[in-house]
Design a protein around this ligand. Structure first.
Ligand code: AMP
Ligand code: GLY
Length: 429
């Protein structure tokens, strides 16, 4: 088979790495890919957002399956374009991807299908949003409706910050069109868990759960990032909780959409917060998480191409997902200054000294001649394994410490919540 992976970050490198293990895959392309992905796939200089360019390429090269990493092309309808041209693609069509593309749409569906989510109001008008946050007179969360590269969510500690957030989104248009509407919602407290599931619209097969680390510094301090590390499985996500989330979140959303005439095919990502009142849904994404993928897919023993084809052909019921019982930990190594502005083009050294059981997934690297250089904010995701989370943490940081590039920084406390609880052991997926 010939496979095309769309995107060029750590998530896509992991997808390429996993797909390449399939005996059925002969050739993998990645558009646009990056310096590390070039090791495992042929990189093609087509942007992930260039839907027509990607469809033309898939047609010309007779690609058997295209796998989409990022949300932007999915929300823009790459699934619809490929379907209309008779090309096979793994990922939801635009109507289903709206679950990530519009927070207003997602919240309205959550209410309609009876999912637990933060209490909220939607506003199209700045002054109404401002009078509402004044009435709340306390902390809240202000969210731009549309896609904002993970930056459109502002946690406001008080009324002043909430007003400022509303103005930033609606008046200053910090996220452009994404700020035509805002969602103002209740601030929830609890540990977060990322739960992903494959679905063909009829059958739902959850993946092993994981936990992301969004803040840039240790102890969850500093600004939010795209994710500084992840681990799987999070001990806080017990088997009982998993059962509850399956019945109360995954089934109602997939079957609710189906009843509304929207077939969801691909992978769905539920961002959950485990509150005192039980699991609440913070958001849905229409794709794999980044960096969650870097710990979840290496634990999947099943051939990924078999699973993806079963999703596309609507026979997911035939597939069993098998999981490696070892824990996995991923530490993201970022450029100096990230998530603010940062330099590119720093020389990366030490990758050849990684222990054999430690994986390097590239997020922002470029191969210039023989030299591997930094080329993004998040540069590398280093993934290690262990019989316990503690052991996986140790083996990952042994790898991390081999690597060097000017200005690099990374968190030293990935998986701290699991370790603090003394829950270093690893149960089922
Ligand atoms: P979202 O893109 O909606 O998941 O928001 C990004 C991040 O903001 C989440 O992962 C949470 O850390 C935080 N967040 C979003 N909504 C809430 C909420 N209602 N209460 C507390 N934290 C939230
Ligand atoms: N790691 C968060 C996300 O992929 O949205």
């Amino acid at each position: 088979m010939k496979v095309l992976v769309v995107g060029g970050g750590g998530r896509e490198h992991t997808l390429v790495w996993k797909l390449k293990k399939s005996p059925r895959v002969d050739k993998i392309y990645c558009a646009p890919g990056n310096g590390g992905i070039a090791r495992d796939a042929k990189c093609i200089p087509i942007a992930a957002e260039d839907i027509k360019g990607l469809a033309d390429f898939a047609e010309r090269e007779k690609i058997d399956l295209t796998v989409v990493g990022p949300e932007v092309p999915l929300v823009a309808g790459i699934g619809d374009t490929f379907a209309s041209r008779g090309l096979k693609l793994f990922g939801p069509k635009a109507k289903a991807a709206l679950l990530e593309g519009s927070k207003v749409f997602a919240k309205e569906k959550m209410v309609k299908y009876g999912l637990r989510t933060a209490a909220f109001e939607v506003f199209k008008d700045t002054s109404k949003a401002i009078s509402f946050v004044r009435k709340l007179a306390g902390p809240c969360v202000v969210k731009a409706d549309g896609l904002a590269a993970g930056k459109g969510v502002i946690i406001a500690k008080n009324t002043e910050e909430a007003e400022e957030a509303v103005r930033l989104i609606m008046e200053k248009r910090a996220f452009g069109e994404a700020g035509n509407s805002v969602v103002v919602e209740e601030l929830l407290k609890g540990e977060e868990v990322s739960v992903l599931a494959f679905t063909d619209g009829k059958t739902i097969k959850p993946l092993a759960a994981s936990q992301d680390h969004k803040r840039v510094y240790d102890r969850d301090e500093g600004p939010n990032t795209g994710g500084m590390g992840a681990y799987s499985p999070p001990p806080v996500y017990t088997d009982d909780l998993h059962e509850q989330v399956f019945r109360e979140v995954l089934e109602p959303v997939i079957y609710g959409l189906a009843a509304d005439g929207i077939q969801y095919k691909g992978v769905i990502y539920a961002g959950l917060i485990l509150t005192e009142k039980g699991p609440y849904v913070l958001e849905f994404n229409c794709r794999f998480g980044d960096p969650e993928t870097q710990v979840v897919l290496p634990r999947l023993k099943t051939d990924l191409i078999e699973v993806m084809e079963a999703v596309v052909d609507e026979r997911l019921d035939d597939v069993q997902l098998e999981w490696d019982s070892r824990a996995a930990v991923c530490v993201v190594m970022a450029s100096g200054g990230y998530p603010g502005s940062y330099a590119k083009g720093e020389v990366i050294s030490g990758l050849d000294e990684l222990p054999p059981n430690v994986l390097d997934f590239h997020a922002g690297t470029a191969l210039v001649g023989e030299q591997l250089l930094t080329d993004g904010g998040r540069v590398l995701g280093i993934t290690g394994f262990g019989a316990t989370i503690e052991e996986a943490v140790q083996s990952t940081y042994v790898g991390v410490e081999k690597i060097h590039f000017e200005g690099m920084h990374y968190r030293r406390d990935i998986a701290h919540r699991a370790l603090k609880k003394g829950l270093g052991t690893c149960g089922s997926a």
